[in-house]
Structures are given as structure tokens and as C-alpha cells.
Write a protein that binds this ligand. Structure first.
Ligand SMILES: [Zn+2]
Length: 256
């Protein structure tokens, strides 16, 4: 049976303006860092791998300068491998990993998945390989540059060919950001946005966060996701929305 589980992989505290540039500076905002497990009859799938476990103890040592922008509230055990173990799963039991993008809080755990196929957009990988582009996109090779089985995706991909898990391109936040549409049952669709939309407020106010590689592209992606919500009735799971996070079920309970 296809099920979706949200796994809490830590919390980070940022200045509110990183998410909402139109608000007053100096107010703190604590956000969840989620990963998702999708159980499909043909194999387990993980959407995003969170922050690397070394960053829990010493964010500066692992993440460098970028860690000056936030305070980590992540506790030991709140990382992808431990979260999966609660399902009696090890990384080798995960057939596919999907990276929404290559920021540290979405692909930090990639190195623990040497046996999985990891889907990433072609544009994202192209930027990751280029010294200048990856600097601009705020990528750190420590997170993704390991002996792993990356499979580049160019646009949409129906992973199992049955319409149940479809990667959709939502570029802009980074060069090749992607989201995931999960058709849980006929007529019930859940969309994991990743950072194409941090929170419901960003979608409702058509407001981009401070981190946007290509603003025009990110506006287009945000509009596409809004249409899925407002015109097609999909349930949107925002990338880092603390209010929604309080309301949705978390593992071991299924989100959908
Ligand atoms: Zn990001």
C-alpha cells in the first residue's frame, strides 16, 4: 500500500526576513527540516535526506559560514538514518532517493545512501559541477559529492510508470529544484514542495524568500504549485512551514 510519512529531521532558527523579506528584521522563526518516506509496492522512496548528522554537534565545523545564519535546534537521533530505523529500515532498503535540491538541509544525508538511485534534476547537477554556479546556488560538495548513483532527470519523471509518484520541475529556488506529486489514491494528491515554497504564507502572498537563484523562474514554480492546490485540489505540504508542521501527522503515523 502506498503511504507517505513525514519524518522530523531537526529544526533550525532563522531571522524571519529570510523567509519573508517584507517583514521586520530581528524576529526569530523556528522551522522544521523534514524528510519523507514513501512506501510503494515496488520499493521505498525517500524525499530529501535532511542535514548531515555532524551538524547537530558542531554546525560550524560541518556547514561553515552558512551556519552563522541560523541556530540549530536539532537533537541527536533527528537525522535520516535514525528516522528510517524506526521503520526497521536501513538506507539499503531505500530504492530511490529524490533530492528536491542540493541545499545542506535537503541532501546532507545523501552519503548514507550508496545503494540507492538518487534523482536530481539535470540543471541542479550541472550547477553542482561548476565552481562558480555552485557558489551562487549555495551548494556545498560535502553534502552531495560522494560515490553515489545519481540519475539526472530533465523535467518530469513518473518514477514507477504508474502515475503514483511524479517528479515535477519547480526550478528557481535553485537552478534545478524539483517537487514531488504523490497520488495516494485516485483523486487524493499530495505535493511535497521542498523549498519551491517554504510556507503557506509564501504561497498565499506570492512572496519569494531571500534565497532565490532565479526569481522569475521561482515565481513561475510557485504559481504552478498554487494551481495544483487551488485548481486541482491537491494537498500541499510546504517545505518548512512551522504552523502546518504542528497540524500534520508525523511518523509512525502516515501523513497520507
Ligand atoms: Zn533550499
Amino acid at each position: 500500500m502506498l503511504q507517505v510519512f513525514s519524518m522530523p529531521c531537526g529544526f533550525l532558527e532563522f531571522d524571519t526576513t529570510l523567509f519573508f523579506p517584507n517583514r521586520e528584521k530581528g524576529k526569530k522563526f523556528i522551522i522544521p527540516v523534514p524528510s519523507y518516506l514513501i512506501t510503494h509496492p515496488k520499493g521505498n522512496v525517500v524525499f530529501d535526506t535532511g542535514v548531515h548528522c555532524q551538524a547537530i554537534e558542531d554546525p560550524m565545523a560541518r556547514l561553515g559560514e552558512i551556519s552563522r545564519m541560523f541556530v540549530s535546534h536539532t537533537k541527536p537521533g533527528e537525522e535520516i538514518v535514525t528516522q528510517l530505523s524506526k521503520f526497521q529500515l536501513a538506507p539499503k532498503d531505500v530504492k530511490y532517493v529524490i533530492n528536491s535540491h542540493f541545499h545542506f538541509d535537503h541532501c546532507g544525508g545523501n552519503e548514507f545512501f550508496p545503494d540507492s538511485t538518487i534523482f536530481v534534476q539535470k540543471n541542479e547537477m550541472h550547477a553542482a559541477r561548476d565552481r562558480e554556479l555552485r557558489k551562487k546556488a549555495l551548494f556545498d560538495p560535502k553534502d552531495f559529492d560522494h560515490k553515489l548513483h545519481y540519475q539526472e532527470v530533465d523535467g518530469e519523471l513518473d518514477i514507477f510508470g504508474d502515475g503514483s509518484l511524479v517528479i515535477i520541475p519547480t526550478h528557481g529556488h535553485t537552478p534545478g529544484h524539483q517537487s514531488l506529486c504523490v497520488r495516494v489514491t485516485k483523486g487524493t494528491e499530495v505535493v511535497l514542495t521542498g523549498d519551491a515554497c517554504y510556507t503557506k504564507a509564501n504561497m498565499d502572498e506570492d512572496l519569494l524568500p531571500s534565497v532565490a537563484y532565479d526569481e522569475a523562474e521561482m515565481y513561475r514554480s510557485l504559481g504552478k504549485l498554487r494551481d495544483l492546490r487551488d485548481k486541482q485540489g491537491a494537498t500541499i505540504i510546504y517545505g518548512h512551514d512551522p504552523d502546518q508542521w504542528k497540524e500534520i501527522p508525523h511518523a509512525p503515523n502516515a501523513l497520507a
